[in-house]
Design a protein around this ligand. Structure first.
Ligand code: SAM
Length: 295
């Protein structure tokens, strides 16, 4: 069905009719291209019966597309701007599948939200086109909440999307790549030019999809999660240094240089190797070994 919101003229009309001025502080750049919206909903593979969380619905261009795909499922849209929520109430007044929540997604307890609004235990999917400066903390907040997620599809600044998906031995591989990949498998689904937004942002975007692993071996292997992420942070805080130096001179954890040397030798890792060249499995293995040595 034709998207009645995602065109430049329809978006301008809605903004005018509701006397809305866009808030730069909330990153209000609206999608006005139905092809991009189709790509987001296709990547979400909506079967119709899910519990979908949309963060930052704005005036509802994605919201409309998701609602069209839902049959028995439900959509919970979380929007921080009360003025936008009023517009959404108006546009979707008849829509029984939609619940609107006027809240800051950064402050939400997702476990409580899932328990309250998804009591029927539908598969949970998340969809979002958010201001770029809050996308990473919001997505990490959802991942860390440990609600069981079937799929996440979100728009993000190109640079951030590339960092999320990066692998070892690349410049973009870093703490964010490991933090996301620890939970789910990321993939860049589509490159998005800034011309599909009103107003146009200064940067290009990508659509990122996160899917669950068939079996999350990372989570199974790690002996102590907190310690593992301290090791990861130490490695990438001083990514130009050798692994031995970045671990023994870390500002995050206090590790004895001899202990680090012994751990690396036992792992069969050259002392001059840089941490950024390690795979996530190698980081897990070193972290587990050092953790056990310090206990
Ligand atoms: N999804 C719409 C679209 O694609 O056209 C709007 C996207 S606009 C980039 C981001 C939306 O997120 C805005 O409506 C903004 O008010 C909302 N937003 C910003 N910060 C938020 C937060 N912390 N929690 C929930 N919504 C937020």
């Amino acid at each position: 069905m034709e998207n009645k919101i995602a065109t430049p003229s329809a978006t301008k009309k809605i903004l005018r009719e509701h006397n809305l001025s866009l808030k730069k502080s909330l990153g209000q750049n609206f999608l006005v291209d139905s092809n991009i919206i189709d790509i987001i909903t296709s990547a979400s593979a909506i079967d119709g019966d899910e519990f979908i969380i949309e963060i930052g619905p704005g005036i509802g261009s994605l919201t409309q597309a998701v609602l069209e795909k839902l049959t028995s499922g439900k959509l919970l849209a979380v929007e921080k701007d009360a003025a936008m929520v009023e517009v959404l109430k108006d546009i979707f007044a008849e829509e029984k599948k939609l619940t609107l929540l006027n809240q800051d997604a950064l402050k939400i307890n997702w476990k409580e939200i899932a328990a309250e609004y998804n009591s029927e235990n539908r598969k949970i999917k998340l969809i979002a086109n958010l201001p770029y400066y809050v996308t990473t903390p919001i997505i990490m907040g959802v991942l860390e909440s440990e609600i069981e997620l079937e799929q996440l599809v979100f728009m993000v600044q190109k640079e951030v999307g590339e960092r999320i998906c990066a692998g070892p031995e690349t410049k973009k591989f870093g703490s964010l790549s490991v933090a996301v990949q620890y939970h789910m498998q990321p993939e860049i689904v589509h490159q998005v030019p800034s011309s599909v937004f009103i107003p146009q942002p200064d940067v290009d975007s990508v659509i990122v999809s996160l899917s669950p692993y068939a079996e999350n071996i990372y989570q199974e292997e790690i002996v102590n999660k907190e310690f593992f992420f301290q090791i990861v942070k130490s490695i990438f805080q001083q990514r130009r240094k050798t692994l031995r130096n970045s671990l023994s001179k870390s500002a995050v954890i206090n590790l004895d240089r001899d202990l680090v040397t012994k751990a690396l030798e036992d792992e069969g890792i050259g002392l001059k190797k840089r941490g950024e060249k390690l795979s996530i499995f190698e980081m897990i293995s070193i972290s587990n070994r050092i953790y056990k040595m310090t206990k």
